[in-house]
Design a protein. Structure first.
Ligand code: J9T
Length: 239
């Protein structure tokens, strides 16, 4: 997968060279390229923003540099992702969808955002998703790109040492993941749940599902509402 990121703060994307994503890039599974938006300006001041039409506070990012950048960086076949608080929610399902794409381009907005005509124009050439990583506002899209690229990269074949880790994790089966424990069996008088030491696989599986349901009911009851009734058996209702 090739990933291109356009930003006025390219250094913000340096963490993409580290850890899991960095290893994926080094192994060739991921080809990450960061571009400075100001390289697509032609005035003396390399300006990328201007005052909002219709008034209002702040500045809006000009269409011309963005259009040139995206036409240069995002050829046919790429999928454009625009991080914005006004976007559709970024979810594990969307991460999985994006992980199947051969080429992603991320446009990092700053100020009050990018002139909407840039997105409208790009939509005539490629799939465009305006995506939010949560119900809060950031100073720019760069942090959201770090989040999304990591969530996508870890799903790519060969990136995670043990792909089984992807099977039982939060949001994969619609539930939050169960609590995990390691040695020692007793730590500061706190015991690991005995069932986990029982060696009884079926009981361990049952206990873990019960804990997933309890954690989901406590922290994300909205997720339970989305699950089909067939996801639950009679025992679940007693939790
Ligand atoms: C400037 O971008 C943002 O503030 C942003 C991007 C993606 N998700 C958010 N929740 C905010």
């Amino acid at each position: 997968m090739r990933v291109d990121v356009v930003s006025i703060f390219p250094d913000y994307l340096a963490p993409l060279g580290l850890s899991l994503v960095g290893k994926a890039a080094a192994s060739g599974v991921l080809d990450v390229r960061v571009h400075h938006l100001r390289d697509f300006t032609h005035d003396k001041h390399r300006s990328v923003d201007d005052t909002p039409v219709g008034g209002g506070a702040g500045m809006v990012m000009r269409p011309e540099p963005w259009d040139e950048a995206l036409r240069t960086v995002a050829p046919e076949g790429a999928r454009l992702i625009v991080p914005t608080p006004a976007g559709r929610p970024f979810t594990q399902a969307l991460a999985a969808e994006l992980a199947a794409e051969p080429r992603l381009v991320f446009a990092c907005g700053r100020y009050e955002g990018i002139d909407q005509r840039v997105v409208d124009s790009a939509r005539e050439r490629m799939p465009v998703d305006e995506v939010s990583i949560g119900d809060y506002v950031l100073a720019g899209g760069e942090v959201a790109v770090l989040v999304m690229v990591e969530a996508v990269a870890r799903l790519l074949p060969g990136v995670l040492g043990n792909p089984d880790s992807l099977v039982e994790e939060s949001h994969v089966d619609g539930l939050l993941e169960y609590p995990v424990y390691t040695k020692p069996a007793v730590w500061e008088s706190r015991e690991v749940p005995p069932v986990l030491l029982s060696g009884h696989h079926a009981n361990i599986v049952r206990w873990r599902r019960d804990e997933s349901l309890r954690r989901t009911a406590r922290n994300r009851p909205d997720l339970l509402d989305r699950l089909p009734a067939s996801s639950f058996d009679d025992r679940d209702l007693s939790i």
